[in-house]
Design a protein around this ligand. Structure first.
Ligand code: AGP
Length: 599
């Protein structure tokens, strides 16, 4: 995903920008560029490929004394990874870098072209700089022109813009794509897409809110609307990377809002689903899907099996990779073999992928790490774009895997004509709502914290749910096991009476996932059966349930997947708070490794 940096200060600007971009390399990119402004002159450099190429191009360039700069790593969405499409994009006298997608760029471009403006690139970003210069002709001052420009943009963006007409200024705006501003006592100002480039440079940072628009000079930071709230940034990398959170897991739970927008950008379009990684040709001859993964990724696979069958009307089966390898599976070449892995290095999943390839199956990887072994081996791969996940207990990687799989099931539905256009549009409408569902809920977090002290003993936990809430129950139980070391199981709610109900008593904790949009009454009956046998019930639901001992009230939604994502966060926070109360190392639980490269 694209990365943005910006700098105002006295040190060599090129070095600051390139160092910053290096820290953002993990986001993935295919070209990079910078623009440096000093004494009213702007120099810009761009290169395709790795940062080394940009360094090579700029090796004879340096600055001395005060100046301003912006930089960008581009991950192509609109237009190929070429130098012309790389950022910064220029107008007559201004340069812009942008992360996100301008959804109405075609209309703006058409309008500007009619006014005689020539575009050099195929990107959506270039409209911003031309629009700004157009507005600058009309408006009294440059900030008004910048604000007017931003108001005309639909979509997601983090934008930095510099112009010869305001030599010491960076204009900035953020909506839907992350951006942080940092400063230090040397009077330097920094911008970045994540805190990694700011560590050791900025002393305090502000995590900009959506809708922030402003400008900064060496003298002043000005924003419209909410004031920027600055918080200290720790100097040591480890503490700083946690961004004020107690654990990486906590930070990663809260990051889900931002990363989900990244996952969706360029894929969930206004009225369509698009994957540049695959096309109709790739799906030719496919009449079934086999999904294969381990652990949390397996739970994402299981969730999607309901979605693929329901939306795409394609038969699906799901395999645990370590089982699949030794069962002498019957593989037919009309099967698309999809592997799911956060790390892309899980030995069992990798070996399963090799088997599928040897059997001549088409293979697709859904993975968070570009260039990992699984990505390199699969015929095609779709990156989940969750950013580095440090907590051993997977959170944001799971959320983004599920999202990609939901999008993929809709993509299949469209290509196979298995859903009406109206239904497809409805699904897209709800997909676009997911980031909002993942927004911080301090109230829910507080409730999980309070409840955690009641759920520390007992002889075990049952997470129960039906349909897609069954894999979510499995995931809730896995999260709790991994970091609290308490025994927990995930179970289909309707299956409890076939055996596990024998365990029910007051010391058995049942965490009941009770969505209103899917099989509510059925699940309720199952929970009633457990309550009648004195099990302690914690219900997670938008509706109060009088037989529950405790509730966590979720918001009412109109789509099961929205309820799914909200309940997922509740499970993650609850597991984490229980583990913290038990004094466990949440990020590095005993006996576990982030990447399981042994079978
Ligand atoms: C998740 O919380 C676990 N740490 C674990 O189950 C993990 O999902 C599993 O090892 C698979 O890893 P992968 O997604 O990197 O392949």
């Amino acid at each position: 995903m694209c990365g943005i940096v910006g700098y105002i200060g006295e040190r060599d600007i090129k070095n600051r920008l390139i160092e910053g971009l290096r820290e953002l390399e993990y986001r993935g990119y295919d070209s990079a560029g910078i623009a440096v402004m000093q004494d009213g002159r702007i120099e810009s450099f761009k290169a395709v490929g790795k940062l080394l190429n940009l360094e090579e191009k700029t090796k004879n360039f340096s600055t001395d004394g005060h100046g301003v700069g912006i930089g960008h790593t581009r991950w192509a969405t609109h237009g190929k990874p070429t130098e012309l499409n790389a950022h910064p994009h220029m107008g007559e006298y201004s340069y812009v870098v942008h992360n996100g997608i301008i959804e109405n760029y075609r209309e703006i471009k058409g309008m500007l072209e009619k006014e005689g403006i020539t575009f050099l690139s195929q990107t959506d970003t270039e409209v911003i700089v031309h629009l700004f210069e157009k507005e600058a002709e009309r408006e009294d001052d440059l900030f008004s022109a910048f604000k007017a420009t931003i108001e005309l943009l639909d979509g997601a963006y983090a934008v930095l813009l510099v112009t010869k007409k305001a030599p010491d200024t960076i204009f900035f705006a953020r909506k839907g794509s992350p951006m942080i501003i940092g400063r230090n006592s040397r009077g330097e100002i920094f911008f970045a897409s994540s805190d990694a480039p700011l560590i050791g440079e900025a002393e305090e940072v502000s995590y900009m809110k959506d809708g922030t628009v402003g400008f900064v000079t060496s003298e002043t930071i000005h924003t419209e609307g909410d004031e920027l709230q600055f918080v200290p940034l720790a100097g040591d990398k480890m503490t700083a990377q946690k961004g004020g959170y107690r654990f990486f897991m906590e930070k990663e739970i809260y990051e889900q809002y931002d990363v989900m927008s990244d996952t969706m950008i360029g894929r969930v379009l206004d009225r369509d689903i698009h994957f540049e990684e695959i096309d109709e040709e790739f799906l030719k001859g496919i009449s079934r899907i086999k999904l294969c993964a381990c652990g949390t990724s397996y739970h994402a696979a299981l969730t999607s099996s309901y979605l693929f069958e329901r939306l795409s009307k394609i038969p699906v089966n799901v395999e645990i990779a370590s089982e699949f390898r030794y069962k002498e599976p019957l593989l037919t070449d009309d099967t698309l073999f999809i592997v799911i892995s956060q790390s892309g290095e899980t030995a069992d999943t990798l070996e399963a992928l090799k088997m599928a390839k040897e059997a001549g199956l088409k293979t697709l990887a859904i993975c968070n790490v570009d260039n990992s072994s699984i990505v390199r081996l699969a015929d095609a791969s779709i990156l989940t774009r969750a950013g580095i996940e440090k907590g051993v207990a997977s959170t944001k990687a799971f959320a983004t895997q599920v999202m990609v799989l939901w999008m993929l099931s809709l993509y299949f539905a469209k290509k196979r004509g298995s859903l009406s256009e109206e239904r497809i549009q409805e699904e897209i409408k709800y997909m676009n709502y997911v980031p909002k569902v993942l927004q911080k809920s301090l109230e829910v977090h507080e409730k999980c914290k309070r409840l955690s002290k009641r759920y520390l003993h007992g002889h075990g936990f049952f997470f129960i749910g039906r349909d897609i809430f069954f894999p979510l129950a499995l995931e809730g139980a896995l999260k709790l096991k991994e970091i609290s070391y308490l025994h927990a199981e995930g179970y289909p709610a309707g299956e409890m009476k076939h055996g596990p109900i024998a365990l029910a008593d007051a010391e058995l904790f049942t965490i009941a996932l009770m969505p209103k949009t899917l099989l509510y009454d059925k699940t309720k009956s199952n929970v009633e059966e457990l309550s009648a046998r004195d099990s302690t019930i914690l219900s997670i639901s938008p509706e109060m349930f009088d037989l529950a001992d405790d509730f966590i009230l979720t918001h009412p939604h109109n789509h099961p997947m929205l309820e799914f994502f909200e309940m997922m966060i509740v499970e993650q926070l609850l597991a984490m708070e229980i583990a913290i109360r038990l004094g466990n190392d949440v990020d590095m639980p005993r006996n576990l490794a982030k990447s399981v490269t042994v079978e």
